[in-house]
Structure formats: structure tokens, C-alpha cells
Ligand binder design. Structure first.
Ligand SMILES: Cc1ncc(COP(=O)(O)O)c(C=O)c1O
Length: 450
């Protein structure tokens, strides 16, 4: 690799970064992360900080998981690549598909279609939903319903069901026939409702109204994250996802659970669907499937959809969709090792226990810092929403957010800022001492802003 000066000189010049303005990145180049160990990352200046971001919601097992590294290296030696397109299959992809359908049996998943990441998984689910209705002879069912503030990746399908204008405006027109209903956020919702059960009912009614307006027989699927991640860790009231499932059943609409973040224990349950006691028709997974060590994702398919495809005798059941890297043997080998470690270490239980520690620590920070308008968490996904004052709930500005993140970094903790929200998604191997360090880092950040 070239030397330090080369990296500093060229930082943010030949490379454009996702979700950033290229000129802003040039003016203020990003930190260069050089190495990592356990739950810590070290930058080009040799500064080591606790990674409270967990890479990008994905490094659940931390950075020193030897079984995954070994599985990758062994697989590279045996078979670095072969395709899963019609005609060939590979050992690790068969084995991982088997393991995933076992793992997600309580959610009713019976088949896996491999992808290269979360956006691919969402795209696959949307396309399979459309195809399902063609197989069923209801070709008019093409529309999708989604939640405002939802995030479903950046492909045209995913951006279309996305509920945040920042990810939509510059790319419109998007897919026609997509309709959004209010997010069940007790902190900010159009009904000014703070009671969780009442809010869930209001949002469910809005969903049903939209279905009636569109015509139930025109809607293919409803997609939601069980806990909304990138939208600011919005934890729906307990009753919302079950209510949405009931509505989907009533009108014959498929339910897609986007579990790209919530899929492998992050909320304290093995999936967000399991957390809320819901069996979706399809699930999208990625990120922690390999703990971030290799790009991989999957769309999991439940019995209803699988049966329709497999029983089809017309040409409609043939899947005209897939990626060169669908079922990549190295990714699948990494996935098998990550799954085994995730199960062995009972990361769901640790996320639940450390999540309680974190929630208590964040509540204390909110009590001490008036700039914190709201604190939300489920397991080890958490957010602090910063405001200028609690009555108006006016969002804290960009400069304030940067000051918080910089001061926290100086104090030894990497945070992620999204709009006026600090997002936390640390590795699930976190200890109680790590939770204390994260809280101390945020405390330092908030003190610098206040
Ligand atoms: C819920 C959800 N769906 C889809 C995606 C897209 O995944 P990827 O960035 O791997 O394409 C993300 C990414 O953060 C996500 O949070």
C-alpha cells in the first residue's frame, strides 16, 4: 500500500463517498480508518476509539472474529468463485441456505435467494412480490405500501419505497404506484399522539384507508423495517407490526419485513419479526449475515410465496432475476462461520442485556443535557435526537451535530450522525464497561455542544 502522505493527500479526491457531498468531503476530508481489533478501530494518526457504530450496523461480532477470517481464507483456497446461475451450485451456498431457513423457521422462512447486500435483497423482494401476483393471475397487483421515514436501500425499487425525501428527490421520478403511510413515531407524528397503543391504531387506520383508496386488488406488498433504523431508530409500538400483519391478511397483501439491520440479534431477538411475534411473507437480510467481513445478503421466502412459484406450470414461475455474486462461495462460507459464532455467543441475549444498560445510560444523559430531545432504543440499536429546545423540538443544526461527534471522538468514541440524530449500533459482543465508555464519550460530545 502507498504511504501515509499519499493517503492524506488523496483522501476524498479520486473517491466519492456514499451519502455525502463530494465538495464537502474534499473541504473536510473524512477520518481514515486503518485497522481494528475487538470493538475498537484505529485511525491513520494511531488514535484508537470504541466503534459505537459497529461499522455500519453490521459488525456484530467485532473485528477479531478468527473463525470468520479462517472460513474466508479456507474458501479462497478451495474455490474463490463460482456462479449460482442455472446449471451450477456451490457447497457453501447450499449449506448457508439450509442454515438460514432453519434459523428463521419461527418466522416461516423456507427458501433463500442470495444477493450482494441489503439494497439487492430489497430489490429482489419487490420483484418477487410482483411476480408472485402474476403467477396467481392477479397481474393488477403491482403497487407497494411503505412507511414514511423507512429506509430500504438505494436501488430504484428501494428508493421508491424509501420514506425519506433526502434519498428520493434527486433521483425522481421513481417507481410509480408506491404509497407511504405515517411512521409510528411517538416523538413526531402527524396526529400529535404520544400514547403508543393509540398511535399504532391511528397508523394502522391510515394504512387501511390508503388500501381502500387504492383498491386492495391493486396492491402487491407492504414493506417495513420492524424497527426503523436509518430513519432514526424509530421503535414502533408493540402492537403496530401485528396490526399491519392483520391488515395485510385481510386484503391479501404480502408483507415484506426488511430485516437488513434487525436480522441477527440487534434488537435483542433473533429478528425484528420474532420480536413482535409476526410471520412475514418475505424477509430481507444482509449486513450482519457475515458480520460485515464479506458483502452478502439474502431474500428469504415464506411458504405462501415459495409454494406459488414452485407449483407454477406456466412460464411465470421462472426467476428472471439474479446477481453475478448471488451465492458467492466465499461470502456464504463467511456467513456460515458468522452464524455459528452468533449462535454460540448468544448475541441476542447480550444485545438485550447490554441494550438495557445502554438505555439506562442514555436516559441519564437526557436528564442532564437539555439538548437531547428524545432517546430511543431497542436492544443495541439506539438514537439520541438533538434539538434546540424541547418545546419546539427544532432540530439541532449541522455544526452542533459535528461538534458532538468530534468531541466524542476526541474522548475515544466513534459516533454516527444522521441529520439531527446520533445513531448507535455497536458490535453485539459489547461489555458493560464498553457501554459506560460509550456513555462517557457521548457525555463529552454533548457537553461540547451545550
Ligand atoms: C433496513 C435497510 N434496508 C436496506 C439497506 C440497504 O443495504 P445496503 O446498504 O447493504 O445495500 C439498509 C442499509 O442500511 C437498511 O438499513
Amino acid at each position: 500500500m502507498r504511504d501515509r502522505n499519499f493517503l492524506l493527500e488523496n483522501n476524498a479526491k479520486p473517491i466519492w463517498h456514499p451519502m455525502a457531498h463530494p465538495a464537502e468531503m474534499r473541504a473536510q476530508p473524512p477520518r481514515i480508518v486503518m485497522k481494528a481489533e475487538g470493538v475498537h478501530v484505529t485511525d491513520i494518526d494511531g488514535k484508537t476509539v470504541l466503534d459505537a457504530v459497529g461499522g455500519l450496523w453490521n459488525v456484530n461480532l467485532g473485528y477479531s472474529c478468527d473463525p470468520i477470517k479462517k472460513a474466508i481464507s479456507d474458501q479462497l483456497g478451495a474455490l474463490p468463485y463460482y456462479s449460482s446461475f442455472r446449471g451450477t451450485s456451490t457447497g457453501p451456498s447450499i449449506e448457508l441456505a439450509f442454515e438460514l431457513t432453519e434459523w428463521f423457521k419461527p418466522e416461516g422462512m423456507v427458501r433463500a435467494f442470495f444477493t450482494s447486500g441489503g439494497s439487492d435483497s430489497v430489490e429482489t423482494a419487490l420483484r418477487l412480490a410482483r411476480q408472485y401476483w402474476k403467477i396467481k393471475g392477479q397481474a393488477d397487483r403491482t403497487k407497494f405500501l411503505a412507511l414514511k421515514k423507512g429506509y430500504h436501500g438505494t436501488h430504484f425499487g428501494g428508493a421508491s419505497v424509501n420514506g425519506n425525501a433526502n434519498f428520493r428527490r434527486n433521483y425522481e421520478p421513481l417507481l410509480p404506484g408506491v404509497f407511504h403511510i405515517p411512521a409510528p413515531s411517538t416523538y413526531r407524528n402527524p396526529f400529535n399522539e404520544t400514547d403508543p397503543a393509540k398511535l399504532a391504531q391511528l397508523c394502522a387506520t391510515a394504512m387501511e384507508d390508503e388500501i381502500a383508496f387504492q383498491g386492495p386488488d391493486t396492491i402487491a406488498a407492504f414493506i417495513m423495517e420492524p424497527v426503523l433504523g436509518a430513519g432514526g431508530v424509530i421503535v414502533p409500538p408493540d402492537s403496530f407490526m401485528p396490526l399491519a400483519r392483520e391488515i395485510c391478511d385481510r386484503y391479501g397483501i404480502l408483507m415484506i419485513a426488511d430485516e437488513v439491520v434487525t436480522g441477527f440479534g440487534r434488537t435483542g431477538a433473533w429478528s425484528g419479526s420474532r420480536l413482535w411475534g409476526v410471520r412475514p411473507d418475505m424477509m430481507t437480510i444482509a449486513k450482519a449475515i457475515t458480520s460485515g467481513y464479506f458483502p452478502l445478503g439474502a431474500t428469504l421466502i415464506g411458504e405462501t410465496v415459495a409454494t406459488a412459484f414452485e407449483a407454477d406450470t406456466s412460464s411465470f414461475g421462472s426467476i428472471g432475476h439474479g446477481y453475478t455474486y448471488s451465492g458467492h462461495p466465499v461470502g456464504c462460507a463467511a456467513g456460515l462461520a458468522a452464524l455459528a459464532e452468533t449462535r454460540r455467543l448468544r448475541l441476542d441475549e447480550n444485545a438485550a442485556a447490554r441494550g438495557e444498560d445502554l438505555a439506562a445510560a442514555l436516559a441519564q444523559l437526557k436528564a442532564r443535557h437539555p439538548i437531547v430531545g428524545d432517546v430511543r432504543s431497542k436492544g443495541l440499536m439506539a438514537a439520541l435526537e438533538l434539538v434546540t429546545d424541547r418545546d419546539s423540538k427544532k432540530a439541532a443544526d449541522k455544526k452542533t451535530m459535528a461538534r458532538v461527534a468530534d468531541a466524542a471522538y476526541e474522548a475515544g468514541v466513534m459516533l454516527r450522525v444522521s441529520g439531527n440524530t446520533i445513531i448507535l449500533s455497536p458490535p453485539l459482543i459489547l461489555t458493560s464497561a464498553d457501554v459506560t465508555r460509550i456513555a462517557e464519550g457521548i457525555d463529552a460530545g454533548l457537553s461540547a455542544a451545550g
